[in-house]
Write a protein that binds this ligand. Structure first.
Ligand code: AMP
Length: 408
């Protein structure tokens, strides 16, 4: 019998939650934001598609979860899956025990903004649902199959052996889901060599061989790699000493600039949102055009570099808000990848309906697909595997309430 899973994604001032009922097709979503401030609120929609906007001034994570989840009425989860950004060297999803909580806490120096918020979320759901199994699903776990030559930095050995300084990679649930689904669509389920480009506000690339991550663009933290909404991606590490010596900046200011004021936002001096930049570029904004060009060029460079991890290149999967929705960005990126025999079909690329999966190459050379990601679905699936050893979710009647408010 298949089970319902509540998926929780706790950020420092927000919580996304989704209840996936048995067949995973029926989902209830909610977003609590601005937590800890007078503007704290929960947004969603009712079962009947009516918008819900509940003000919860100064509420913390636990209060927000209590209010949000109390509105789920008769929709009861059988297990809870937590998205955890950094799992250190944990290689798979784990049932949450005191030992696993310690491991998440130990990884906090590697994800100082995310892991403490995840721990707050775990504590809150354990208090609210003391009898339910809770599972931690790590963004880093999928990349634990990377070989040492991909995950080690060329730094003194003791930094790795004594301080865990190495490349970890992130967006693991997305790369895992998309490569699995994509290779299934291509008729070679979890076989062959594939590249994935997860392009959203955070972006990363991954090389997957026979279903396992062999390299990825993000590293010790989610700052390394391609250009993102507000993150710089790769820069010369000497930028730190340059800015300290010449501008008198301290490490916190530099860190903030690289994480929150760079990327598309920094380059364009306008927005971190790709849609806004495409519109501005069409109206002649040169900074927006340059930001898009740098984004696509660096992305193509990252994909070309990651292909070194694959014995054979069968194709590429685009995903994430930008990868799924922008034919323009896909085309521009592929124009910078002329050396692998890729052959994008302009007609298929332009014709693909937004948010749907489909093949967009011309039939010659490595395949190119758009595969919408499903991180929630993947977290729910892994949660069920760990909590109930349930590997094949079979559809079943939904536990629906006529009166309950479903958040979306
Ligand atoms: P995500 O973080 O995956 O939700 O993706 C957010 C990014 O997707 C933002 O930069 C959006 O501007 C971008 N995005 C969403 N729809 C489109 C679109 N139709 N064209 C270009 N970018 C889009």
């Amino acid at each position: 019998m298949s089970k319902s899973v509540l998926v929780i994604n706790c950020g420092s001032s927000s919580i996304k939650f989704a209840l996936l009922l048995e067949d995973q097709e029926f989902r209830i979503h909610g977003l609590a934001e601005n937590l800890g401030t007078p503007e704290a609120r929960i947004k969603g929609v009712t079962v009947g598609n009516e918008p819900v906007d509940i003000r919860i001034p100064n509420a913390d994570h636990k209060e927000a979860l209590e209010v949000g989840l109390s509105r789920l009425a008769n929709y009861k989860p059988d297990a809870i899956g937590h998205r955890i950004v950094h799992g250190g060297t944990l290689t798979k999803a784990e049932l949450i025990t005191p030992e696993i909580i310690d491991r998440i806490r130990e990884a906090t120096p590697l994800a100082p903004l995310h892991n403490p918020a995840h721990l707050v979320g775990i504590e809150a759901t354990q208090r609210l649902f003391p009898d339910l199994p809770q599972v931690a699903v790590f963004d880093t776990a999928f990349h634990q199959t990377m070989p040492a030559h991909a995950y080690r930095y060329a730094l003194p050995k003791f930094l790795y052996t004594e301080h865990n300084v190495r490349r970890y990679g992130f967006h693991g649930t997305s790369h895992a889901y998309v490569s699995e689904r994509g290779s299934e669509l291509a008729g070679s389920y979890k076989e062959g060599g594939w590249l994935t480009a997860h392009l959203g506000n955070g972006s990363s690339t991954c090389a997957i061989w026979n279903g396992e991550s062999v390299d990825t663009s993000m590293g010790l933290t989610p700052l390394e790699g391609v250009v993102m909404g507000t993150r710089s991606g790769d820069v010369d590490p000497s930028i730190h000493s340059f800015l300290a010596q010449n501008l008198g900046w301290d490490i916190y200011k530099i860190d903030k600039m690289l994480n929150s004021q760079s990327g598309l936002l920094g380059l364009s001096d306008l927005s971190n949102d790709m849609r806004t930049l495409i519109e501005a570029s069409e109206q002649g904004n040169e900074d927006a055009s340059l930001a898009i060009e740098v984004f696509c060029y660096r992305l193509a460079k990252s994909l070309a570099a990651l292909s070194c991890g694959l014995p054979r290149l069968d194709g590429l999967f685009f995903t994430g808000g930008i990868g799924e929705n922008s034919a323009y960005i896909r085309e521009k990126t592929m124009s910078y990848l002329p050396h692998f025999g890729f052959n994008l079909s302009k007609e298929r690329n332009d014709g693909l309906k937004r948010g749907t999966e489909g093949r967009i190459d011309s039939g010659k050379g490595p395949q190119i697909w758009v595969v919408p990601t499903d991180e929630e679905g993947r977290i729910a699936q892994e949660t069920k595997q760990v909590a109930f050893h349930e590997f094949d979710a079979e559809p079943e009647c939904l536990k629906k309430s006529e009166h309950g408010i479903a958040l979306a």
